[in-house]
Write a protein that binds this ligand. Sequence first.
Ligand SMILES: [Ca+2]
Ligand SMILES: [Ca+2]
Length: 213
Amino acid sequence: MVRNHRMSSRAAIFLLALLPLAMSGQQRGKFVPPDFDRKMEALKNLEHGVAPLFVLGDLNEDGVVDEKDLQLAQAYAQGNASAGISCLAAGDLNSDGAVDAKDVTLFQQALKKGPIPAPPLAYHSSLRCDYKNFFVASMSGTRVGGTLPVHFLDPRFNAQNSSVTVQSGQATAAKNGNAYRVQVAKTAPKESFITLAITLADNRKYTYTFQVH
Ligand SMILES: [Ca+2]
Ligand SMILES: [Ca+2]
C-alpha cells in the first residue's frame, strides 16, 4: 500500500513515524490516510521529528470538540461500528492506547459546559487517524534551551494571519518565516511542560502542551 516513490531522507524518516499507523490498518486490510502522498510531500522539507498534530477529542475531524464527538466515542466504546470516526486516536483522552468507557467518562466531564473552547492538540498515537484536518505540525518536545517549530500545513493559515503564543512554561514564541519557533529557556526545568496557545486565521483556538527533556 505504501508505494515506492523516490523520496528525501526526511520524508523517509517521517514515513517511518507514520508506518505504525499505516501498518495497523494494513493488518485490518484497509488503512492508509487519505491523500497520503500529498501529505507526505507537504512534510518532506520540515525538521526531523516534525509530524502533523490531531485535535484531541475531535473524532470526526471537523475542528471542534462537541456532543457529536462524544456520541461517536460512546458508540465505539460500546462496540458499535466506527462509522463517522476519521480519527480514532482523538477519542483516546487518557492516552492508554484504547477508546473505551474511561474515555467516555472523561469526555462527558469535559463537555459539561458545552463544546471545548480551545481543545488540546496531540502529537502521536498508536491508534489510527486520517488527519482529515491536516493543519498544524510540530515536534513531541525539545530539550532545555532547545527550539520547537510550529508549521502550518493548511494553505489558508500562515504566520501572518495565525498566531502561536506561550500560555505557560518558560519559553518564548516568535515568527520564523512562514512558521513559528518556540525557544525554551535555558532555565526551564527538565520534565517541565510548556503550553502553547494557537489561534488560526478562522479564529479557531487550540492548545499544544509539550515536555522539556
Ligand atoms: Ca468534532
Ligand atoms: Ca483511553
